[in-house]
Design a protein around this ligand. Sequence first.
Ligand code: WQD
Length: 337
Amino acid sequence: MKILLTGGTGYIGSHTAVALLEAGHDVTLLDNFSNSKPAVLDRLHTITGVAMDFFETDVTDEAALTEIMKQRSFDAAIHFAAPKAVGESMEKPLHYFKNGVGGTVALLQTMADHGVRNVVYSSSATVYGFSDDLPLVEGAPTVVINPYGRTKLMCEEILQDLCRADERWNAIALRYFNPVGAHPSGLIGEDPQGVPANLMPFVAQVAVGRRPELTIFGDDYPTPDGTGVRDYLHVMDLAEGHVAAVEHLASDPGYDVINLGTGSGISVKEIVAAFEKASGMPIPTVIAGRRPGDGPASYADANKAASVLGWRATRSLDEMCADVWRWQSQNPNGYGD
Ligand code: WQD
């Protein structure tokens, strides 16, 4: 299939590009580098041996999208391009609605204008909020706990309305739990700008000496060791889940929503211990109060992905940490400036 990846030089987009090429698909990347670096393109070429077509484009720019769709005929799009920081979304909600929702509408409109009606959408488990009813199934109640989560839920609803209005559309929203890890080559990985908000990249930066210690946000949760529990999955498993989803689209008319997780919960302390084992480096920690908006536990019921897509996460926590460490130790400053 000929596939357009928006946000294709980002963390998940770049790993998905590798998995799609390995599966024999033709991939075109689109990105505005607002949260990624041009160096990713060279790394992808090194890994895959393919110089993928790339367009430096903002996904809200319908005129630019139209030019691309005029030049190339796509079978499907996988839409990653959107701002994704929960904290930032609280400070800049309009930025999130303009780019997260507006970008999705601009892409879908351009696709419709050019007869491209197959889309996989990058959604998030954040739409579930925090529930005591675990593991989380796709039919679980959704609740908005921040503007970022609201953009994800709004885009899911836009896709549902579009598929209801025009049955020629096929759309799958993938609700990611906690993606971590890096391609085993160590050439691509997670490279957050500024201070990492997420646990794994912060731990990796402590291990490589960029940060003195990890602050654990709360150890008084009702969990086995008191720290937060999440469903961490390897980004290559996640990437392969996108391959399965885009290949499944044509045989799954209309709209569908599918969790991508391992089905297991892992605590902050377990992540720290696993990373110390993988890196051989100590991870000093300090305990602080709970982070606003956080909850005790979140992990997926992963059975629908297995039954509908024939996909399950296979990579272990040790593999996740070993691959992050290889990426981080080979690239202490990420992709650099
Ligand atoms: C994991 C655990 C923290 C950092 C977020 C978004 C979600 C998705 C994934 C986009 C929690 C603890 C963290 C630190 C810590 N992103 N922690 N010290 O919050 O589950 O999910 O990223 O789709 O939308 O909400 O991930 O990695 O931030 O936190 O103790 O310095 O690690 O309290 O228990 P989270 P996280």
